[in-house]
Design a protein around this ligand. Structure first.
Ligand code: DQA
Length: 144
């Protein structure tokens, strides 16, 4: 099982940005955490982080034919990007949406997710663990 793990804007600022909300661990720690979870599941993961909407769209398109699924935290673009939703629909891969924080208990604008209109599952408010749960969900789906 090959999974593309895509993170959106400001996720590279983990550890610095609003630690009360997103925690004190940085992006490298997140990558290490997901790599360990993937190896426990026998899954292969690659990572992509970008602050640019178009680059995220391009990476989603690149997943077509190259990956079995997508785990995506589109960060702020979650709440605004029809382009990311359309890219996910275009490639048609099983997708799990993850958010570190609980977007349902924050500002009203965070309660709207365009990604959720395609994703099979949304996991939020569980910090790093949400990514491990997303991988476990996809692994179960693939019977691995
Ligand atoms: C986030 C939640 C979004 O509302 C926010 O814009 C982010 C991170 C999360 O992981 O909790 O940048 O996706």
């Amino acid at each position: 099982m090959k999974i593309s793990v895509i993170n959106g804007p400001n996720i590279n600022m983990l550890g610095i940005r609003e630690p009360d909300i997103y925690g004190k661990r940085d992006y490298a720690a997140l990558v290490g955490y997901i790599e360990r979870a993937a190896s426990d599941l026998g899954a292969e993961v690659t990572f992509f982080q970008s602050n640019s909407e178009g680059d995220i769209v391009t990476e989603i398109q690149r997943a077509y034919g190259n990956y079995d699924g997508i785990v995506i935290n589109a960060a702020a673009y979650t709440h605004t990007s029809v382009a990311i939703l359309d890219a996910l629909k275009a490639v048609g891969l099983p997708t799990v949406e993850v958010h570190l924080s609980d977007i349902n208990t924050r500002e009203d604008f965070r309660k709207i997710s365009y990604v959720s209109l395609y994703a099979e599952k949304m996991i939020c408010g569980k910090g790093f663990e949400g990514y491990a749960e997303a991988l476990a969900y996809l692994a179960r789906k693939y019977g691995k």
